[in-house]
Write a protein of this length. Structure first.
Length: 321
């Protein structure tokens, strides 16, 4: 009973604190993308915070399950209760909480586009459009006057500075930021943007599946079953650090395999097999369902046999003592 209570506390606390943390980071990130040099910046945005909750909650659910496995690796014991609670929380997440969150997020999906600032501020030099733009004045209607300095041709210095009047102040090259100065200063490196792009792609696929209905969602949720099956990797080694490594590698592998499928980054043979299965089976995305089920089955069998082996080994050592 105590074991079940501990796991429940860890799961619920990680959901609450993780959602709060990620939503706050999401809000600050959006505030930075909307920030324009020379204009006052906002600290708290209810729209961004709410959108952050809905956007990051599926990720928090997955990380909460990972945290449970890591806790079991660090504090082994009563594997029957641990497995039961782990599966209950996993099914709760993938069959109820995550699809409900995805359907609710549809109401806020356009909030970021609506709040993006489209006008720049005057009094700053901005490197853009093959040169440098200086807005000396921006009217309320968004039109501006200023100078364009062509930096591509230094030989013709007389014509390198071109004044303009009553021209719309455009900043499309700054997207998704509102100011090119902020983008050039704060745009994160690939090591940060790639995981975010990976999560965004899977989130888009999840939203699409949830919108098609429960059966289509079950097709996507097969990834959740594969992720839950990493429970068995905690018995891979007698070293706890090695088991933690195996669990993390297993989760990354499942996520990357599903990402490659939903982004259609597959060899030609795999694409052909996927198309033939789609013709033969009425289920949505039958190939990835089979792949996820195969991963879940293999890791499940591995976990059962290795768990029995580790428990018997522990029992024998205690008997010898």
């Amino acid at each position: 009973m105590k074991r079940a209570l501990y796991l429940a506390i860890i799961y619920l606390a990680s959901l609450f604190l993780g959602t709060l943390l990620f939503a706050t980071v999401f809000m600050f990130s959006c505030n930075l993308t909307m920030f324009v040099t020379g204009l006052p910046a906002s600290f708290f945005s209810l729209t961004f915070f709410t959108t952050g909750i809905l956007t990051t909650f599926p990720l928090v659910c997955v990380l909460s399950q990972v945290l449970l496995v890591l806790y079991m690796v660090r504090h082994p014991g009563n594997y029957g209760v641990s497995f039961a609670m782990y599966m209950i929380f996993g099914l709760l997440s993938w069959l109820l909480l995550v699809p409900a969150d995805l359907k609710l997020s549809v109401r806020y999906e356009n909030s970021l586009a609506k709040t993006r600032v489209e006008a720049s501020s005057s009094g700053f030099f901005r490197k853009d459009a093959g040169g440098v733009i200086y807005y000396s004045r921006i009217e309320e209607n968004g039109n501006a006057e200023g100078l364009f300095i062509d930096t591509s041709d230094f030989q013709d210095s007389e014509n390198s500075v071109v004044p303009f009047f009553d021209v719309p102040a455009k900043n499309e090259s700054a997207f998704p930021y509102s100011d090119i100065l902020i983008k050039n200063s704060l745009e994160p490196p690939k090591i940060v943007t790639f995981p975010l792009a990976l999560y965004s792609a899977l989130l888009t696929a999840a939203e699409y599946s949830a919108a098609l209905g429960f059966l289509a969602w079950l097709s996507f949720a097969s990834m959740g079953l594969a992720l839950l099956s990493v429970f068995g990797l905690q018995f891979a080694s007698s070293w706890k650090l090695a088991n933690v490594t195996f669990v993390i590698i297993g989760i990354i592998t499942v996520v990357v395999v599903n990402y490659l499928y939903y982004m259609n980054i597959m060899p030609g043979v795999v694409r052909e097999v996927s198309q033939r299965l789609s013709w033969l089976v009425s289920a949505k995305d039958p190939l990835i369902i089979l792949v996820n089920l195969a991963i879940a089955l293999l890791l499940g069998i591995f976990g059962v046999f290795m768990g029995i082996y580790r428990l018997n080994g522990t029992y024998l050592l205690e008997s010898d003592e």
